[in-house]
Design a protein around this ligand. Sequence first.
Ligand code: NZQ
Ligand code: ZN
Length: 386
Amino acid sequence: MLNFEFKNPTKIIFGKETIAKISSEIPKDAKVLMLYGGGSIKSNGIYEQVKNALVNFEVIEFGGIPANPEYAVLIKALEIIKSEKITYLLAVGGGSVIDGTKFLSSAALYEGENPWDIVSKFIRTEIGMPFGCVLTMPATGSEMNSGAVITRAETQEKYGMGGPGLFPQFSILDPQVIQSIPPHQIANGIMDAFSHVLEQYMTFPTQAFLQDRFCESIMQTLIQVAPTVIENPFNHEAASNYMWSCTMALNGLIQKGVPTDWAIHAIGHELTALFGIDHARTLAIIAPSHYRYNFEAKKKKLAQFAERVFGIQEGTTEEKANAGIIKMEEFIHSLNIKTRLSEYTPNFEGTAEKISDRFIKRNWLTLGEHKNLAPSDVEKIVKMSY
Ligand code: NZQ
Ligand code: ZN
């Protein structure tokens, strides 16, 4: 196991009817900007619950943050934060609204001239404006981590940002919110969380027995609840386990003391930036090719994954590893998610070269847990996924 430090200051408030508790988490004298997305909260009752909880607070609202939070929209919210002297942010939404709020938390206190620098120059946020979250869509884990991913449509860019100043102060996780999520979005959430575990697990053995078993148990739980939660989001046990698994998949715990990969996400973000494909689906496109391309380096963990997550006991390491990739693909297909780029866009030709050129221009020359994946490897992986 590698050395590590672990601190996660986010308070989780989990369970039925917990949204009302925001009133005891936000300072009484705060001037609050409540941020939300395209309007789902107005038709599923979440908006009313939040407004009722905030009845004794001074609150301004900002809606319309789109999926893949857009810089141009966020800049409008930043103007309100400054002109209205906002002191506290409340994100009510999924990963996109929470990530957008994290950008605003950072930008609100940023002293540089151009807030885009925070994103494009990967400026770490040590202190941000305090914020809390009401999670409406389990998927990203953003509700309990300090990272965000921001999109700029103008330049077709999508980059990660973060820093210790960007943990939410609290996050409300009421599993009942998933009742209104369309099945394809729930499938996205399961796929995203499953990939988060894979990115922190599918590397090489490091004798981190506990971390491996954390990862395997999260993946097994997601596989267990997936059919129920997609079929019947009113099933409270399935909804609760789905929601908590998504949070646990990316709150920092399982990455401690182990190498991590994240190449699938780095490549996937380009597919969202270029084609607008849902984040989770970009991961489904890249993951199988990535594991086939890096088979030698990852085969021990692939075989362990096949054995422990899918119960495959027969065969050599290579045979088990191959079976693990096939089982993973079958699981993705069972979510009704397609795994080839050509199934999402007719304009896939040239994508591999475009992504590899972008990585060269950005000097992203060493991806993966061994830092040995060059843009030319990325090009091959993307081509394999056509
Ligand atoms: O905008 P509204 O109308 O609210 O609709 C949203 C949106 O269209 C809808 N939705 C959310 N909660 C709902 C609901 N519909 C009905 N009922 C509810 N309760 O779902 C749609 C998708 O929402 P979004 O927030 O975009 O989804 P998700 O949580 O998957 O977030 C995706 C974004 O997070 C980033 C992704 O790149 C992407 O930009 N990620 C953030 C990470 C992080 N901060 O740690 C890590 C991830 O790997 C990921 O990159
Ligand atoms: Zn993700």
